[in-house]
Ligand binder design. Structure first.
Ligand code: SF4
Length: 390
């Protein structure tokens, strides 16, 4: 199966078509395909509902693929939406995405990570702790909960609390030792090029910072890069910016504090917990402080594309780029259980095109690279626009 996937991914001449299909899939989602999914059950990496859930009308106990691989090694997240014009069809053993009668692309589903077959020494299945994100990033969030939701101040687009409810096997609070063991198992059995380590947040941001540092120390030599943390560690900054130098000492390659939205008034409306307990200004100051420790283009800040006016998010991107920080964005998709829910409707394709074209322009102008690559960034088109596939 693995060699089949490699051959499939090498069909690079089809990357432009894959990028166009990815745009449609991210904007509209895809209708459920119960027969295809049940036929292949056990043979694909299933959605494991660790922090988000864009699958409308699907029981979390039913196995559905988490992502799709398109020709040319382009990964796209599968969000199941009953009202999407896009469907999946299986013909002569091959799976296609269609819009009405028109074929958009062929697709495959990724294999389950091998490390999911193992448990930690305490007997916890590693699937409850971490996953492979896209083709090649090991991913976990250290706290699958977020205290902002507990006090009614969760970000309005975020569904982490609802997603990781009583019916989810995901460990809400990961033990440091279990994370280290899981990293070791993933390194032993699977191939990945990056780590993505994220929150949720604690109301006490200093506690959140200390927790991140403790985990980084315990996992760095369990990963394949000789102590380096290749990839992204994302959390909220502590009170005292001078503490941030430890991130460089621990060889974190790309730290980020995610703004999500821009400007301050949008931030207050959409991220009330972050504003109340950390503050827009402090996050911006901390990002700028980090650029004094890291080279330009190594510090990241992610946004959500589609929930604020285009001019506002572009202004945020410009601010970041001009201050040595790489802006990026995931395309907003309606989350089951988020405050916004389905109220935003479908995000305008032109908004997406305009934003990522602008991002690509900034990356080229300042000599930055988009995050990771198109085989990892399943909810973003930053790489596809940067590579001029779109
Ligand atoms: S900080 Fe916001 S986006 Fe992050 S987990 Fe909490 S509510 Fe969700």
């Amino acid at each position: 199966m693995e060699s089949e996937i490699i051959k499939f991914a090498e069909r690079i001449e089809e990357r432009k078509n894959s990028a166009r299909a990815k745009l449609s899939i991210l904007v509209y989602g895809i209708q459920d395909a119960p027969e295809i999914f049940s036929d292949l059950e056990g043979n694909f990496k299933e959605e494991h509902y660790a922090y988000d859930n864009g699958n409308w009308g699907i029981s979390k106990s039913r196995l559905v693929p988490t992502e799709m691989l398109l020709p040319g090694d382009i990964i796209v997240k599968l969000h199941i939406r009953p009202d999407s014009p896009l469907t999946l069809t299986k013909e002569e053993g091959r799976i296609f995405v269609k819009n009405g009668t028109r074929y958009l692309t062929e697709c495959m589903f990724l294999d389950r990570p091998i490390f999911w077959n193992y448990t930690t020494s305490r007997g916890t299945p590693t699937k409850n702790i971490a996953q492979l994100y896209g083709h090649s990033a090991l991913n976990f969030n250290i706290f699958s909960g977020c205290e902002f939701h507990r006090i009614g101040k969760g970000c309005t687009f975020c569904s982490v609390r609802e997603t990781v409810d009583k019916s989810s096997p995901i460990k809400k609070i990961k033990q440091t030792e279990e994370l280290a063991e899981t990293c070791e198992l993933a390194t032993k059995y699977d191939q990945f090029r990056y780590l993505i380590m994220t929150g949720g947040s604690y109301i006490d941001r200093n506690r959140e910072f200390d927790r991140n540092v403790e985990i980084l120390k315990s996992i760095r030599y369990k990963l394949p890069w000789n102590g380096q943390i290749k990839g992204n560690v994302s959390f909220l900054p502590p009170d005292d910016c001078t503490k941030l130098s430890v991130l460089a000492e621990l060889q974190v390659e790309n730290p980020s504090f995610n703004m999500e939205v821009w400007d301050k008034k949008n931030f207050l409306r959409i991220c009330p917990g972050k504003e109340a307990y950390v503050g827009f200004d402090h996050i911006v100051e901390s990002l700028i402080y980090l650029t004094g420790i890291y080279n330009k283009g190594m510090v990241w800040s992610n946004f959500v594309a589609g929930i604020i006016p285009l001019s506002d998010i572009k202004e945020g991107f410009k601010f970041m780029a001009e201050h040595g920080i790489v802006p990026g964005a995931n395309i907003y998709h309606a989350e089951v259980g988020s405050s916004i829910g389905k109220s935003m409707g479908t995000i305008d394709e032109n908004y997406i095109r305009d934003l990522y074209s602008y991002a690509a322009e900034l990356y080229h102008k300042f000599g930055y690279k988009p995050y990771f690559d198109a085989a990892v960034l399943r909810n973003s088109l930053a790489n596809e626009f940067y590579e001029e596939l779109l």
